[in-house]
Design a protein around this ligand. Sequence first.
Ligand code: IVH
Length: 667
Amino acid sequence: MPLEQRISELRRQLNEHSHLYYTLDAPVISDGEYDLLFQELLNLEALHPELVSPDSPSQRVGGAPLTSFAQVRHGIPMLSLENAFTTEDILAFAERILRFLNQSGPIAYVIEPKLDGLAVELVYQDGLLIEGSTRGDGLIGEEITAQIRTIPAIPLRLRKPLQGRLEIRGEVFMENEGLARLNEQQLLSGKPPFANPRNAAAGSLRQLDPAITARRPLRFFAYGVSSPEITGCTGQYQLLSLLADLGLPVNRLTRLCPTLGDVTAGFIELTDLRHSLPYEIDGMVIKVDSFALQERLGNKARAPRWAVACKFAAKQATTRLLAVDFQVGRTGAITPVAILEPVSVGGVMVSRATLHNQDELKRKDLRLGDTVLIQRAGDVIPEIVMAIAEKRDGSEVSIAMPSTCPVCSHPVIKPEGMAVTRCYNPHCPAQRLQRLIHFTSKAGLDIEGLGKKCMEQLFELGIVRDIPDIFSLQKEALEKLEGWGEKSAENALAAIEARKSPPLGRFLVALGIRFVGEITAGLLESHFQSLDKFIQAQRSQLMEIEGIGEQAAASILEFLADEQALEMLARLQELGVFPAATQPSENDLPLSGFVVVFTGGLAGLSRDEAKKRVKELGGQIAATVTQKTTHVIAGEKTGSKLKKAAELGKVILSEGEFLRLIKTPLP
Ligand code: IVH
């Protein structure tokens, strides 16, 4: 297949799979298969930069960082919505509409979930995405085109040819799972977690460096256009179906409601559904379906008359702030936790709430003895919304972050520009316990039976003080734990035994070294190949590894400079714990350094399979023969590539020789 055709075929396939995944929620290939196609496109485009087009899926990855955001004036203002909270409010909204229109018959409405994210406008010119902007104050927003392009759910080109300019509006948001993962990473790198999906979406989009946005799991739902009349649609429901046809994700819970009864029923249905959704919604938007009626109803100053946002009743309550506890995490981060007079919030008793960090304490100006408004959204940890200042009588006491660790009394430090205060004593008992809990947890070595409760007991009893103690546990000690017996003790010992040769990367993650998450640990494993080599790591070696930065390197070196850490590793080896490399070394894969070009058809396996094998074995694929090429694989009916290879004196392999090289037996 000619090169240009292959490139456009790859783009077509990649766009199709993105559409199936993000818009239709029905993927047909695995992530790995997608990555292979994507890599092939990247390779071909790298060899032929002149063939790169702005709507190629490869063009999502980032672009150069900006120094500031440009302003964008919205041709048609992006309005806000009025709120309704009860069924009565909904009825009043509908009555106002009938009165305004002087109409008595039923009016059809469209109901849509109200996403908790950030409103954006996407501009498509002749089908091509040319601009993205935030809502801003409704009139002027920020230009975030490069950031918007990184969101895989947003098509770079519409799926149907469409002349002229189309301004599409919708919500960028983050799914709960994506948010949880992001917050884990935030904590791991010493940054404060995002309090809710809206902050996370806004914080991710408003990044001057689009490469950061690209790493954030952002999604998108379209809910309208700036000027519906130009679409030829007569109503909102028809418009949403057009947007879906154009390839934009449209929320599947959208309904056309012929009567007001359908609207209120829909609200109750959505209220029930909301907690089973993978993303947060904070209500439902009701819109008059007909664009002709919308036009007649018009807008008030900031919101249209034809739409309203029905907010779900927030699960809130007031109570008293009795005390603030300071908890010390695995990496020494000190988190303030509010101790509250127990109160029922939406049917659940709440006596603690997270305060995230010191900045949050300050921002909310909380004082001991305050009456506070608390809320519980979905399954998230309850939080304090604000202190009710009117209820103060002067006896309230301001709250200070401790200057020493509440557990080990070591002085604590809040580094410049960081939100998190930390205890930097690596031997702090609180950190040691958290490290032990992490070591055996699912995120660590995943030792069945040794969950959080068990580790807490073992630590308190002084049976397990450090990681090696886990591997010298005796049956008698385990049997005596609360709720344990002979059988559970035996099972736990077997689980411990089974983890004595963990993959090196897993083991490094389990140690809980700051900034060493799964990815970094994987890089360390393939670079060092053994624990002994890792222990002797030098700064220069660490910095050589692509993907390991200053912070991680510094943290690893600090760990390796700690006598007690080294002693612990030595004791583990004495106890028969031998982490082993499971990933091939980056340098000794059989085809490392090979740059392979295929020419002519292969009989025994498909070209794609062959390429996949080469890549798996560490080789690179190129499309044309150049000086860099090391091997040319000649199948049947070869062409000019073979001639070129011969001219340049490259190694030419027959299919049989190639198969022997990749060790796939001949059919
Ligand atoms: S319609 C004039 N539809 O809610 C119509 N907005 O308070 C204005 N939102 O800024 C927007 N889901 O960020 C509309 N299905 C939906 C929505 C939605 C979320 C947000 C949007 C807007 C805010 C209005």
